[in-house]
Design a protein around this ligand. Structure first.
Ligand SMILES: Cc1cc2nc3c(=O)[nH]c(=O)nc-3n(C[C@H](O)[C@H](O)[C@H](O)COP(=O)(O)OP(=O)(O)OC[C@H]3O[C@@H](n4cnc5c(N)ncnc54)[C@H](O)[C@@H]3O)c2cc1C
Length: 436
């Protein structure tokens, strides 16, 4: 019995596996799908390499993803987004600012609102709003501070994109301000991998395979627990032993492979009831180039956003073609209800045509996804970082968790990448720090 078994070849299982393998650990990964990437898998068709929806990395070179890639000797670079736009409440397309200069140029705000927004962003930049607002919703904070008009719409849109949560009565104001603070201190907002995601997967898989193995199409049925210690897994009726087991499944699914009866009731409830973010995506392969936008494209109603991904990384689409991806974050209840789901899809399609009225003439194919889980945890006032399960599993030695539903800083997917650093630290004692 030696080495580490990782259940799941999602991006975070692979990132952790590559870090351990780089240290000389023998890593064995079991993945139920025939391909890597889980919710960040790549779809290759007709010369297009398409992410699953938008797949930006918050904080670019200062992200946990960049830190890990650097550590394994496979440094990645990022492309900053260009100007972003919003089709505002009145139906007009205006600049969606990402800098003080942009705030003054944008007609989203009155002059008084511009001054107010700059003042607010300065406070965030100085870290003045980092503490004490974790359990205050963005809506309550805005009401208390009489935030109205363009500034309110701007913060609502940031809640939808930065937090993947357009529900301002749910969004933790403290968590959102902490994320924005990090944007200011690092000088990096959401950025796109210059070469797309494919080279990242290739590097991670290559690193793990140097001294270990990845088994695709092999579903783990259960984790073997022996005298309070993780001792391996059972997959396809066979036992595989290891010194340590890491589970990369979202915590809502933990008890598909762990026996509930061995865990505290409160812990089981916490994991099972964690609310993920949900949403509808349109990923569109376009026969021809329809626009040069290289920033985010928002609509205020519905609160949706997306981008022309192939404008940020050449090579994702065939020459002269393009990829458009748009997300409409919504609730799990909306996704579950067939009628509402249809309505939401229609709303998103209408939003897309506000930017591109004749898009139908240029579509090669479209993938529509209605997802109950986009990110493992909605960073809402009841699920702030400190209220989610940690990297170690209580009561079971040698059993760890990694992924975007556990207690790690950030919002959306960067929670998962940050969790890799925390789980790595819990397993090895090594602290890796992000640049910036
Ligand atoms: C459409 C979409 C768009 C997104 N956009 C962004 C974005 O722009 N920026 C961002 O930061 N994040 C984004 N995210 C979130 C990001 O994709 C996730 O945070 C990330 O993929 C989660 O990775 P993970 O490794 O934690 O989990 P997962 O991807 O869920 O990986 C878990 C893996 O375990 C495997 N598995 C499950 N059960 C078993 C079993 N019994 N045995 C073996 N294997 C098993 C699964 O098949 C899967 O491969 C987006 C997500 C989606 C769905």
């Amino acid at each position: 019995m030696s080495g580490t078994i990782i259940v799941g070849a999602g991006i975070n299982g692979l990132l952790l596996g590559a870090l351990l393998a780089h240290d000389g650990e023998r890593v064995t990964v079991f993945e139920r799908n025939s391909f890597p990437g889980g919710r960040a898998f790549l779809h290759e068709r007709d010369g297009f390499t398409m992410d699953y929806g938008v797949h930006l990395t918050r904080f670019g070179p200062a992200s946990a993803l960049a830190t890990i890639m650097r550590r394994i000797g496979a440094e990645v670079s990022f492309r900053k987004l260009g100007p972003s736009y919003v089709i505002d409440h009145n139906g007009r397309k205006v600049l969606f600012p990402t800098s003080p200069d942009g705030i003054f140029k944008s007609s989203m705000f009155s002059l008084a609102e511009k001054v107010r927004l700059i003042g607010l962003l300065l406070k965030i930049k100085k870290g003045m709003l980092n503490d004490g607002l974790m359990e205050t919703s963005l809506r309550d904070w805005m009401n208390m501070n009489r935030v109205t008009g363009g500034v309110r719409r701007y913060l609502e849109l940031l809640s939808a994109s930065v937090m993947v949560c357009p529900f301002i009565e749910q969004t933790s104001a403290g968590e959102m301000f902490r994320n924005l603070y990090r944007v200011f201190t690092t000088g990096h907002s959401a950025e796109y991998l210059s070469g797309g995601w494919k080279p990242v997967y290739e590097a991670l898989i290559g690193e793990i395979r140097k001294n270990g193995s990845i088994h695709f199409g092999k579903k783990v049925d259960s984790v073997i627990i022996n005298k309070g210690r993780a001792a391996g897994v059972k997959a396809a009726g066979k036992k595989h032993t290891a010194e340590r087991v890491v589970i990369n499944l979202p915590v809502q699914e933990l008890f598909t492979i762990l026996p509930e009866s061995k865990f505290d009731r409160e812990y089981v409830t916490l994991c099972k009831n964690l609310v993920p973010t949900s949403g509808i995506f349109f990923d569109i392969a376009l026969k021809k180039k329809i626009a040069d936008y290289n920033g985010l494209l928002y609509t205020y109603r519905p609160m949706a956003y997306g981008m022309l991904t192939s404008n940020l990384a050449a090579g994702l689409a065939p020459v002269g073609a393009q990829i458009l991806t748009m997300l409409y974050p919504t609730t799990m209840e909306d996704i579950r209800d067939a009628t509402i789901r249809m309505e939401r899809k229609e709303e998103l399609w209408t939003a897309i045509r506000k930017y591109f009225p004749d898009i139908s003439d240029h579509i090669l194919w479209t993938r529509v996804s209605c997802l109950r889980m986009v990110d493992g945890a909605q960073v809402n006032i009841r699920q702030t970082e400190d209220r989610r399960p940690g990297p170690s599993v209580p009561g079971i030695a040698g059993l760890y968790l990694v992924g975007d539903s556990i207690a790690a800083p950030g919002a959306g997917g960067d929670v998962g990448n940050e969790s890799v650093l925390l789980t790595y630290r819990a397993m090895t004692g090594t602290v890796l720090t992000n640049a910036g």
